[in-house]
Design a protein around this ligand. Structure first.
Ligand code: PEP
Length: 256
């Protein structure tokens, strides 16, 4: 049985007061939402403050990125061992903003994925095509390339402790959501790609959709056979909106 996961990516937003308020409101609202897994990913510097709010709650702490290095002379980096030490349970890797704005290549993402797994943390691997790529009809080729970099380095078995997020770049922060069927088609493709290496792992891998998910469209997305939750950006900054999305996951979870 699949279990829906809703993860909030707070990106570069908030301050020491607002993140505590937001985390506390999510913790309160999450108490009854027993049939959905929930995580929030604040900026690095606020991880300890947010973790203090999440302690003992149903909400897991996540980070937005991690260094490929575990330690050493790498000024400005934050390592997976440090994230583990701060209480993180999952780490986003290969977000399209890291890829497009910071030049992260498929291989870099694969090394980050490995670094996160080495610490026993759950990588949340983002894949997805740009609008140009969709219009050129190469969505599957792009997603396959991004996924294959990780599969080649770590093997399909590594996905047992990981989550994939399909995030079409044209839908992130744009208000333009993929239709449930468009998302389902790519999710099914991702699952079939994993199944080429290991059908058992493919059946169990959670594949989240990300890209302008909100309370108004969450239920129809989560109802699709291969959509196992959501990675939420903008809507995760509003506790009530985020909780309404989690509630959609909870209701889907109750239906089994
Ligand atoms: C994201 O940043 O991963 C994301 C999906 O953002 P949004 O929900 O704002 O489109």
């Amino acid at each position: 049985m699949r279990r829906i996961l809703v993860a909030g990516n707070w990106k570069l937003n908030g301050n020491s007061h607002s993140v505590v308020r937001l985390a506390s409101a999510v913790v309160q609202g999450a108490r009854e939402l027993t049939e959905v897994d929930i995580a929030v990913c604040p900026p690095y510097v606020y991880l300890p403050a947010v973790q203090a709010q999440l302690a003992g709650s149903r909400v897991a702490l996540g980070a937005q990125d991690a260094s490929v290095q575990d330690r050493g002379a790498f000024t400005g980096e934050v390592s997976a061992p440090m994230l583990k030490d701060c209480g993180c349970r999952c780490v986003i890797v290969g977000h399209s903003e890291r890829r497009s704005l910071f030049g992260e290549q498929d291989q870099d993402t694969a090394y980050k994925f490995a670094a996160v797994r080495r610490q026993g943390l759950m990588p949340l691997l983002c894949v997805g095509e740009t609008l140009d790529e969709r219009e050129q009809g190469v969505t599957e080729a792009v997603v396959a390339r991004q996924l294959d970099a990780v599969l080649a380095l770590e093997g399909a078995g590594a996905l047992t402790d990981a989550v994939i997020a399909y995030e079409p770049v044209w839908a992130i922060g744009t208000g333009r959501t993929a239709t449930p069927q468009q998302a389902q088609d790519v999710h099914a493709f991702i699952r079939s790609r994993i199944a080429r290496q290991d059908a058992g792992v493919a059946a169990k891998t959670r594949i989240l959709y990300g890209g302008s998910v909100k309370s108004a469209n969450a239920a129809e997305l989560f109802a699709m056979a291969d959509i196992d939750g959501g990675l939420i950006g903008g809507a995760a900054l509003d506790a009530q909106e985020f909780l309404a999305i989690c509630q959609a996951g909870h209701l889907q979870g109750q239906q089994g």
